[in-house]
Design a protein around this ligand. Structure first.
Ligand code: SAM
Length: 284
């Protein structure tokens, strides 16, 4: 790529505490030709705090495609640009995807400046397994769609994380308690890095009661983390109950059908059911 093109810096900014920003990020915000911000007023608070006076242009979700084209033109003309969102890492539940995709497609240089991100901040202090996890962004807004989502996640064995707003935190926990086991461990991370930071790790039912009974727990910004379901043990033996169901079915069906039905009813593996059926047939 030719050096005549400008670089696009993707700059993470604080999620609450203004001190949570890297020296490098401040230098970049001072020295780029232009800051592209989700909300110009918001970034100005940060700029004032650090004595940064630079040109700022609005870049928000409603004009994203058009704004991306304008910024790409500036990059082609050699200007350097810093992309910031209102808080945390751009693109993480925030605008910026079309701009970065197009910049990459054109071979422009995209430079990430790492820093705060609410989900990573919450995971780092949650005390739940993080070797593997999935991030679900914001959940659907209607109760029925949320319940369908929780049903899908019911047997997910790794930790999962989502963002939630103060308007929906209670309804979301109520829907979750209708679908997931009530003793499932969850972490509610609220107002991270801010004055009223609260990180609670408890059972789903306790978390629901806490949020129901404490109005303060319904205020602010939230990351919710859910423990994965226990892995189903791949046992080499059928349980008493599974064996009994198989035997009852074998009285009135062929072995093949009995095995298929028993697998469907009990969740046991077909291979194991079949081996047991053969033993039962041969009188063992
Ligand atoms: N780009 C941001 C990031 O890197 O985390 C996320 C932006 S998203 C529009 C805003 C959501 O992130 C909030 O509704 C909340 O769920 C979560 N969030 C942001 N700041 C937070 C904080 N200080 N404490 C808890 N959650 C926060």
């Amino acid at each position: 790529m030719s050096n005549q093109y400008g670089k696009l810096y993707v700059v993470a900014t604080p999620i609450g505490n203004l001190a949570d920003i890297s020296f490098r990020a401040i230098e970049i915000l001072k020295h780029v030709d232009l800051i592209a911000a989700e909300d110009t007023r918001h970034v100005k608070l940060l700029m004032n705090h650090y004595g940064i006076s630079n040109k700022v242009e609005s870049f928000h979700q409603h004009n994203e495609e058009k704004a991306a084209e304008k910024l790409l033109e500036k990059l082609r003309n050699g200007l350097s640009i810093a992309l910031v969102s209102d808080a945390g890492t751009p693109l993480i539940s925030d605008p910026g995807m079309p701009l970065i995709c197009k910049a990459k497609d054109e071979g422009l240089t995209v430079v990430p400046l790492p820093g705060p991100c609410a989900l990573i901040t919450a995971l780092s202090a949650a005390g739940l397994p993080v070797t593997k996890f999935s991030f679900e962004g914001f959940l659907p807004r209607t109760s029925s769609a949320r319940k369908a989502f929780f049903t899908e996640k019911l047997n997910e064995t790794t930790t999962w994380v989502f963002y939630e707003s103060s308007h929906r935190i209670l309804a979301t926990l109520q829907d979750m308690a209708a679908i997931l086991p009530r003793d499932r461990q969850i972490v509610i991370a609220r107002e991270l890095t801010k004055l009223y930071e609260t990180i609670v790790k408890t059972s789903l039912i306790n978390a629901l009661q806490l949020v129901e009974h404490d109005a303060n727990m319904q205020k602010g910004e939230f990351v919710v983390i859910i423990e994965g379901a226990e892995e189903q043990k791949q046992s080499d033996d059928l349980s008493e109950e599974q064996r009994r169901i198989l035997m009852v079915l074998m009285r009135s069906c062929s072995t093949k059908t009995a095995v298929e039905l028993a697998a469907e009813i009990t969740g046991a593996r077909k291979k194991l059911l079949y081996q047991t059926a053969l033993k039962i047939d041969s009188g063992h």
